[in-house]
Design a protein around this ligand. Structure first.
Ligand SMILES: [Zn+2]
Length: 223
């Protein structure tokens, strides 16, 4: 068995061991439950036409979905306090994405902002994903795990927000265009698949950062 194949198998087993604990699994399955609860509540509020409450519950649902997602994706952290701060920041970032509605209309008026006909810039998945990818590449270059985590916190916040908006409006991949809206069941399944995939990416890229660091140390040693 080649060295790389052996490493891969060990890594995969380790991955499964870490992520099959009860707490993480409950955390993961709570994400679609939160989405379902938030979406149902919004439908109920809409019936009574309270715009402020509607926007508050919508924003809180984005916050909770992103926070629970990062709690799953980044729970490798040894420092619990910094992990909880990252969980909060991820949720906050996901909620703040909707601020572009107000920027686009140039007023804080909720009525005007929610009647915007086109989707504003922060709802273009390409823009913020490109920022996250650049940050991830920089983290490998400078061997920084905190930068790598920041890149994945941004990705988690943006993708969970866009995925939630997307079941009604599709995913906007500017400048190419937009996907059609998708079914509610696919949306709920995606909310489980997203953190699973992002956790996998975090572990994989963390090893890349570590490898780049070791290689550089070796080079310095040889010189
Ligand atoms: Zn939105």
């Amino acid at each position: 068995m080649t060295e790389s194949k052996r490493m891969w198998e060990l890594w995969s087993l380790d991955y499964l061991k870490t992520k099959l604990d009860v707490k993480s699994t409950i955390n993961l399955f709570l994400i679609p439950v939160i989405a379902l609860t938030g979406d149902t509540a919004i439908g109920y509020i809409y019936h009574y036409e309270s715009l402020i409450l509607n926007c508050f519950v919508d924003s809180a649902t984005h916050f909770m979905i992103a926070s629970f997602s990062w709690n799953y994706v980044g729970n490798l952290s040894i420092n619990k306090r910094s992990h909880m701060f990252a969980v909060f920041m991820c949720g906050l970032l996901a909620s703040l994405i909707d601020i572009d509605h107000f920027i686009a209309v140039g007023t804080m008026d909720l009525q005007v902002a929610t009647r915007l006909l086109h989707r504003p810039l922060l709802h273009c998945t390409t823009v913020l994903s490109a920022v996250a990818v650049l940050l991830a590449l920089l983290s490998i270059k400078i061997h920084s795990i905190p930068y790598l985590k920041l890149s994945l916190i941004i990705t988690t916040a943006v993708w969970t927000h866009h995925w939630r908006d997307g079941y009604r409006r599709g995913i906007w991949i500017c400048p190419i265009g937009s996907t059609p809206p998708y079914g509610y069941v696919l949306y709920l399944v995606g909310l489980i698949a997203l953190p699973l995939g992002l956790h996998f990416i975090l572990r994989f890229t963390s090893e890349l950062v570590q490898k780049a660091k070791n290689q550089d140390l070796q080079q310095v040693y040889l010189i």
